[in-house]
Design a protein around this ligand. Structure first.
Ligand SMILES: [Zn+2]
Ligand SMILES: [Zn+2]
Length: 736
């Protein structure tokens, strides 16, 4: 018997050895036991073999575990860098979509506004064409090249031939519009400097048109396209002195033009309606008084031209009896506006849209890649069941406390679990109800305060009382899905993980406001927080569903120095060197505010609390953490984005085109991007049943706008140290 014991002891001690030395064994047995020893020997060999297999399996398990851990949580620096580069490329593409594709497409599909719609301009033209020195010229059709899209020329292009039918169509439409508005065609003035024989021959095919200019032909008109249109002569020799004057005329440019004018003594002067200023008129007057100038041509008179300017030139021409040709664009898109405004529009568009698109362009591919990695269900094959304490702070929650406790008790969790309900000085039956459960179930406890002390205090009490290695805290207006705890706890298998965020989903999806919030919850958690989790760097673990190592929570107590204690708490745990993940399958169903007043109160707390948190934890930004920098930037860029949203359409319209065109080109894009990102956010994690929420996208944009307005107000209140007042747990809190 003793030998057997010794043998077993020896096997126990030699777990690392694959075989037990036979020689050693033999010395242990006496000769009469030799027969039995042989049998034992076989058994020992068998055990050793199994031990060996076990060791190999254990090693394999370890390797798999390490691999899964990497696959589960990590995104390498190089991957993130590539994602950022991809984001920049995608953003650049998206930002240039309207000008590259939409603008040309829309201007091709939509009929441009024509003279028919601008009665003021038409009646003015009808009036001035009666003057004997004023002539009207058709200036192309819409002054936009059908080949290259440029607004500098139309019927002849250096980049390719305009089809002959297109030229025909444009010339005839231009003439048609003039006729329909009772305007005489005195001439045809090609837009831009390029024209070719084909365009000229098409023009002549339209036959004679009555023309005042033909009658006045003796006055040096051979440099115009002959207005009879039967025998067109190319105009040339017009000199342009004011081309760059449309934004601002500087003294130097005026002096330079004057010098040139004195030197050239041009008989023909060309200028554009956009360039007419007092200086321009002065220059013209100077040229006329100089005695050389006989004809002035004023181009690009269009739909939205400054009539006052046209009047001033006409008056000047009449005063000195100089011929004036008004070249009118019949179907104008624009009278090629200010260069500065154009540049401002482009810069503002690129910045605001770029800032809006870039984070989405980085995070969506990021989330999708991480999602595909995450498919390995780490939790399933690697069970880990420490004792868990579920902490439920409650204030006046008589309606929900019972349900919350029950949901805690019904968790599908293999380890042991206790529920600690903390009644934070409720004035209703919260304590009574919780007490009933505590009396009935051994693993339910209730702690009661006589007065309301705030959530942080309640949580800290919970952490101090918790028997579990892991503490899970949740609100009493939230209920945990049956798998939530086991899902979250599985992450603590990694000794570096200190805290795990769950996924909060809205339960009361009853009205528009709660649906919009649902959209927001799903998107922000499945995209941004999910990406943060790939670096195990979640910034905010929600108070509605979070698991934390109890000893960590005890060493870093939750405080009420901010009004968003969950954010502050998460940052503190992170500061202590812990990794923080998110478990998107650990769902907590929560009640969202159903009216605007409550929503604003809630968001005031969240936003303002986040501002306080990032201000307290400045170290995080100094560390160069991208997520924190993003949070800082968002606070201060949101007013800019908002301003852009308002001023972009105004800028665009001031450049010429109208609002419907803006909405179809530039205006549509942000909605499309919001829609796509929202769709992806909703579809991730098999929550496809919420897909119809994507239909709310246009309203979602308005909702975001409203939240941004609130954020601006809060940033102002924060920076000015005015602080805010919010209602919480039956108390009014003034936060600074
Ligand atoms: Zn062109
Ligand atoms: Zn022109």
């Amino acid at each position: 018997m003793t030998q057997r014991v010794r043998l077993h002891a020896q096997i126990d001690n030699s777990r690392d050895a694959c075989a037990v030395s036979a020689a050693e064994e033999e010395t242990l047995f006496t000769a009469d036991e030799f027969g039995r020893t042989k049998k034992w020997h076989k058994k020992i060999a068998k055990i050793a073999e199994l031990e060996c297999k076990k060791r190999i399996l254990l090693e394999e398990k370890k390797a798999l575990e390490a691999k899964a851990l990497r696959g589960w949580t990590m995104m390498s620096r190089r991957q993130i860098f590539s994602l950022v580069v991809l984001g920049i490329v995608l953003t650049a593409f998206v930002v240039s979509v309207p000008s590259l594709f939409m603008d040309p497409l829309v201007s091709r599909i939509l009929p441009p506004p024509t003279l028919d719609q601008e009665t003021r301009l038409v009646s003015y033209l009808q009036e001035v064409q009666l003057y004997k020195n004023v002539f009207l010229a058709v200036h192309g059709y819409n002054h936009i090249c059908p080949v290259c899209g440029s607004d500098g020329h139309e019927l002849a292009c250096r980049h390719g031939q305009v089809p002959i039918e297109e030229i025909q169509r444009r010339i005839s439409s231009g003439l048609e519009i003039f006729k329909n508005n009772g305007l005489e065609v005195d001439s045809f003035a090609f837009p831009g400097q390029d024209y070719d024989e084909r365009a000229l021959s098409v023009l002549s095919s339209f036959g004679p048109v009555t023309s005042k200019y033909a009658q006045a032909g003796s006055r040096g008109v051979d440099l115009m396209v002959n207005s009879s249109l039967t025998d067109p002569v190319v105009y040339y020799g017009f000199k342009e002195y004011t081309w760059t004057w449309r934004d601002d005329v500087f003294e130097e440019s005026f002096q330079a033009a004057l010098t040139k004018l004195n030197r050239d003594k041009p008989p023909l002067i060309l200028l554009h309606i956009q360039d007419i200023t007092n200086q321009t008129l002065g220059l013209l007057e100077h040229a006329i008084l100089q005695g050389s100038t006989r004809i002035i041509r004023c181009d690009d008179i269009a739909f939205d031209s400054d009539l006052q300017a046209a009047r001033q030139v006409a008056d000047l021409a009449t005063k000195y009896d100089v011929d004036l040709i008004l070249a009118v664009i019949p179907a104008s898109k624009k009278a090629s506006g200010s260069y500065t405004l154009d540049l401002v529009f482009k810069v503002v568009w690129t910045l605001s849209t770029g800032l809006f698109v870039f984070p989405i362009a980085v995070m969506i591919p990021w989330a999708l890649i991480f999602m595909s990695k995450k498919r390995k269900p780490y939790a399933k094959w690697n069970p880990h069941y420490p004792t868990v304490s579920l902490i439920l702070p409650a204030y006046n929650e008589e309606k929900t406390i019972g349900k919350s406790i029950e949901r805690g008790l019904c968790q599908r969790y293999m380890g042991s679990l206790e529920v600690i309900a903390i009644d934070d000085g409720s004035t209703d039956r919260t304590f009574e109800i919780a007490k009933k459960y505590a009396d009935r179930y051994a693993n339910v406890r209730v702690i009661r305060y006589e007065e309301n002390r705030g959530k942080s205090y309640a949580l800290n009490t919970g952490f101090a009382q918790a028997k579990g290695e892991i503490s899970v805290f949740s609100d009493t207006d939230s209920v945990l899905a049956p798998e939530a705890i086991s899902r979250m706890v599985s992450h603590f298998r990694d000794p570096n993980v200190g805290m795990v965020a769950g996924m909060v989903v809205i339960n009361n999806e009853k009205n528009l406001l709660t649906r919009l919030q649902q959209m927001e919850y799903l998107c922000s958690q499945s995209i941004m927080r999910f990406c943060q989790s790939s670096q195990r760097n979640v910034l905010v673990c929600p108070g509605a569903c979070t698991a934390v190592r109890t000893d960590v929570a005890r060493s870093i107590p939750s405080t009420d120095r901010t009004i968003a204690e969950d954010a502050d708490f998460t940052f503190s745990v992170w500061k202590d060197g812990w990794k923080i993940c998110q478990e998107p399958e650990a769902v907590s169903y929560t009640e969202a505010p159903e009216n605007l007043k409550n929503l604003i109160n809630q968001r005031k707390r969240w936003f303002y609390g986040s501002l306080q948190t990032i201000a307290i934890h400045k170290w995080a930004a100094r560390k160069g953490n991208l997520w924190v920098i993003k949070a800082w930037l968002e606070c201060f860029l949101s007013p800019f984005t908002l301003l852009c949203l308002v001023f972009l359409p105004l800028l665009y319209i001031s450049l010429g085109p109208n609002l419907p065109v803006f909405l179809l080109t530039y205006g549509l894009l942000p909605f499309a991007i919001l829609g796509i990102s929202g769709g992806i956010g909703v579809r991730l994690f098999n929550r496809g049943e919420k897909s119809r929420l994507v239909l709310l996208m246009p309203l979602y944009a308005a909702y975001q706008l409203m939240l941004n307005l609130l954020l601006i107000y809060l940033v102002f209140a924060f920076v000015s140290r005015r602080g805010i007042r919010i209602e919480r747990g039956g108390r009014i809190i003034h936060a600074i």
